[in-house]
Each structure stands twice: as C-alpha cells, then as structure tokens.
Design a protein around this ligand. Structure first.
Ligand SMILES: [Zn+2]
Length: 180
C-alpha cells in the first residue's frame, strides 16, 4: 500500500495524469519544479514532464512491462537538490483499467561535499557546452566516464547545462528489477 505521506501521481491507460496527491506542490516548489504543481499537470501527458529522450524511452518500457505483467516494481533513483543527495524510490503499480499509480518516497538525504551549491539547467544553453546527466543516479558523463558531480572540482558556479540520459549501470539495474 502507498503511504499517506508519499507523493503520488495516477495515470490513465494513455499515460495522462489524472490525479496527484501527497505534499506534491510543496515538493515541486522546493525543487525548482514550479512547472509541475498539481494544477498545471492534471490532464497532461506524463511524458511532457520527463526530460531527455533516453529517459522517456526507459520510462515507457517500465510502464509497459508493469502493465503487461500486472505486477508492481520499486525503482531507486536520485533527485538531488543543489546541496544534498536525495535518495528516493518510485513504486510503479498497475491499477484497474490499465491505469498506473506512481508513488515517490524520499528515503534519505546526504549533504553534498561542495564549496557551492550545484545548479543544473536543461534548457536555454548552447548545445556544445552541454553535459549528459543520468536521470536515475544523477551522475555526469565526463570524458566517457560517469562521475558524481561532487567529485568534479572544475564545474562552473553558473547553472551547468545538462541533457538527461540514462547511464548503462542504471539501465541494467532497471532491467533487472522489472517484471518479465
Ligand atoms: Zn545512472
């Protein structure tokens, strides 16, 4: 069962958001997510709010497999704030009529060992200066290696331009957890 204090988001069979609940608005506003406050997302397609084609493709696979198997899956992910690692999990639960209940729960936070808060921006920046960021573990791709942002000491103080993808380890982890 979903805990009452968890954030949740209910989808219809076509992945339209038909309900949100929990401390959703406060969570969104605390996390630069003003665009996803409840009033604005109801009736919209979930995928409109998911950044990066690789992330959308993986989420599409997750939703399809959960519906197909009729079984829930719990997927861990990171949703860091500028100065804290935020370890979360998302429960994807099938509902009657091919609906889906997405429930998000914060497991723990850890302060990031940083001199200055990290800020990321996924829009409005020149493509050439963009870094890939894994939407699941939040690591950055640098010279072909996925690294914790906090271990890179030459990141600029301005918002870092990122495009969201999924690293190989996270892709494998999700694949292992999904029902067949
Ligand atoms: Zn990853």
């Amino acid at each position: 069962m979903t805990e009452p204090d968890a954030l949740f988001c209910r989808l219809d069979q076509r992945n339209r958001i038909v309900g949100v609940g929990g401390a959703w608005d406060r969570f969104a506003l605390d996390n630069d997510g003003a665009a996803v406050v409840a009033a604005r997302v109801l009736g919209t397609d979930l995928f409109v709010h998911v950044g990066g084609e690789p992330t959308r493709a993986l989420l599409d696979t997750v939703l399809w497999r959960v519906r197909h198997a009729g079984r829930s899956v719990v997927l861990p992910f990171r949703c860091d704030s500028p100065d804290r690692e935020r370890h979360m999990e998302m429960t994807v639960e099938p509902e009657p009529g091919e609906g889906i209940l997405l429930a998000y729960r914060l497991l723990r936070t850890v302060p990031l060992p940083l001199a200055a808060p990290l800020r990321f921006s996924a829009s409005g920046v020149p493509r050439g200066r963009m870094l890939f960021r894994c939407s699941t573990c939040n690591r950055l791709l640098r010279d072909g290696v996925w690294c914790e942002a906090a271990t890179l000491d030459d990141l600029p103080a301005i918002p870092i331009a990122v495009s969201y993808g999924v690293c190989g380890e996270c892709r494998d982890m999700v694949e292992r957890l999904l029902p067949n």
